[in-house]
Design a protein around this ligand. Structure first.
Ligand code: UD1
Length: 344
C-alpha cells in the first residue's frame, strides 16, 4: 500500500472516479460522504471496477466531532482529497449561507485536523470559475482572479485563500489546488457516472436525458455570443482523465516532488468546444439525435473559457488524452445503464 487517503465527497461524481484511480494506483481509501447528492450504490460500482470496497463513513464534514472520530478510527491518513462541497451555481444564489457553511466549514475542519493527525497534504477541488470571463484564452494559472459571480464561485475563491493563508502562517501541510474546467463523461465500464438530483442544470446530463427521451428538448442558451457559431465555448474534460490528475497531484505532495508548499494547476484539454459542436460530437459518436432549440442566454454564463494545460502537462506530468467522441459515448452508455437499472 502506498498510503491511506481520505476522500471527502468520495461517492460523488468526480470523487467516485478518483477513488477508482487511487485504488488502482495502490492507495488505501477512506471515504466520507453525507450522501446529500449521491448514494450507497456508488460503492458497489467502485468495488465492481476495482475489486476493492473502500472504507465508507456516512457523515457530514461540517461535523467536526464526526471527522475527529474518523481520524481516530482510521489512523495514518497521509493525504486528503477534498471533493465534499455543494456545487449548484443557481442554488447558491438562493441559499448562500448553506454554501458558505458547507464548503468553508468543511475545509476549515479538515485543515485544523491535519497537523493533529500528521496528515501531510490536501488536494483541493477548485474551478475555472475563479477566472470569471477571462481576458485571454487559453487561460493559464497566472490569469487574474475575477470577482465571483455566485456564492458557489466565491466559496472556491475563499477556499483557495484560506489554504494559502494557512500555509503562509507556517502550518505543516502542503496543498495542490486543481482548477477544473468542465468535467464530463463517465467511467468506460458504465458502473459509475454522474447522477444529478432532479432536473439537471449542467449541459451533459441534460443532453443525455434528452437523447434518451426523459426531457423533450435541450435548450441551447444563446447563439449570439462572440464565437464562431454564436454558442458558448468550454473546455470539456473527461472525468477519468481528471481523476488521474488527482493521483498525480497526491503523489507529488506525498513524495515531496512539489516545488512549493502550495501549487496550482489548471485541468483541461486545451481545446475549446462550443455547445453546438458538443451536441454534434455526441450525435456523431453515438448515432443518437438530440432534439434541441436555441433560446435566450442564461444569466451569469461565461462566453468562452478554455485551459492552457501546459503546467499540468509539463510539471504535474499529466495530460487529458480521451477523445471527445469516446467521452460522449461513455456519457451515453451511463445514461443507458441508468435506464437498465430502472433509476431513470
Ligand atoms: C458551471 C460553473 C462551474 C461548475 C460547473 C459544474 C460557473 C461560471 N460555472 O459551469 O464552476 O464547475 O457548472 O457544476 O460558475 N448549457 C446549455 N443548455 C443547458 C445547460 C447548459 O446551453 O441546458 C450551456 C451553458 O450555457 C454553458 C455550457 O452549456 O454555455 C456549459 O454549462 P454547464 O454545464 O452548466 O457548465 P458551466 O456553466 O460552464
Amino acid at each position: 500500500m502506498k498510503g491511506k487517503i481520505l476522500v471527502t465527497g468520495g461517492t460523488g461524481y468526480i470523487g467516485s472516479h478518483t477513488v477508482v484511480e487511487l485504488q488502482a494506483a495502490g492507495y488505501e481509501v477512506v471515504i466520507i460522504d453525507n450522501l446529500s447528492n449521491s448514494n450507497r450504490e456508488v460503492l458497489d460500482g467502485i468495488e465492481k471496477i476495482s475489486g476493492v470496497r473502500p472504507v465508507f463513513v456516512e457523515a457530514d464534514c461540517t461535523d467536526k466531532e464526526a471527522l475527529t472520530k474518523l481520524f481516530d478510527e482510521n489512523p495514518g491518513i497521509n493525504g486528503i482529497i477534498n471533493f465534499a462541497a455543494s456545487k449548484a451555481v443557481g442554488e447558491s444564489v438562493q441559499k448562500p449561507l448553506l454554501y458558505y457553511r458547507n464548503n468553508l466549514v468543511t475545509l476549515i475542519n479538515l485543515l485544523e485536523l491535519m497537523p493533529k493527525y500528521g496528515t501531510k497534504g490536501i488536494v483541493f477541488s477548485s474551478s475555472c470559475t475563479v477566472y470569471g470571463e477571462p481576458d485571454v484564452n487559453p487561460v493559464d494559472e497566472t490569469a487574474p482572479i475575477k470577482k465571483a459571480t455566485s456564492p458557489y464561485g466565491n466559496t472556491k475563491q475563499i477556499s483557495e485563500e484560506i489554504i494559502a493563508d494557512y500555509i503562509t502562517s507556517g502550518a505543516p501541510i502542503k496543498s495542490i489546488l486543481l482548477r477544473y474546467f468542465n468535467p464530463v463523461g463517465a467511467h468506460p465500464s458504465a458502473e459509475i457516472g454522474e447522477l444529478p438530483n432532479g432536473v439537471p442544470q449542467n449541459l451533459i446530463p441534460f443532453l443525455t436525458q434528452t437523447a434518451i427521451g426523459i426531457r423533450k428538448e435541450l435548450s441551447v442558451f444563446g447563439n449570439d455570443y462572440n464565437t464562431p457559431d454564436g454558442s458558448c465555448i468550454r473546455d470539456f474534460i473527461n472525468v477519468v482523465d481528471l481523476a488521474k490528475a488527482h493521483v498525480k497531484a497526491l503523489e507529488r505532495m506525498l513524495e515531496d516532488k512539489s516545488e512549493e508548499k502550495l501549487e496550482v494547476f489548471n485541468l483541461g484539454t486545451g481545446v475549446g468546444l462550443s455547445v453546438l459542436e458538443l451536441i454534434n460530437a455526441f450525435e456523431t459518436a453515438t448515432g443518437v439525435k438530440v432534439p434541441h432549440k436555441i433560446v435566450g442566454r442564461r444569466e451569469g454564463d461565461i462566453e468562452k473559457v478554455w485551459a492552457n494545460p501546459d503546467r499540468a502537462n509539463n510539471v504535474l506530468g499529466w495530460k487529458a488524452t480521451t477523445p471527445i467522441e469516446d467521452t460522449m459515448r461513455s456519457a451515453w452508455n451511463w445514461q443507458l445503464r441508468l435506464r437498465e437499472r430502472g433509476i431513470m
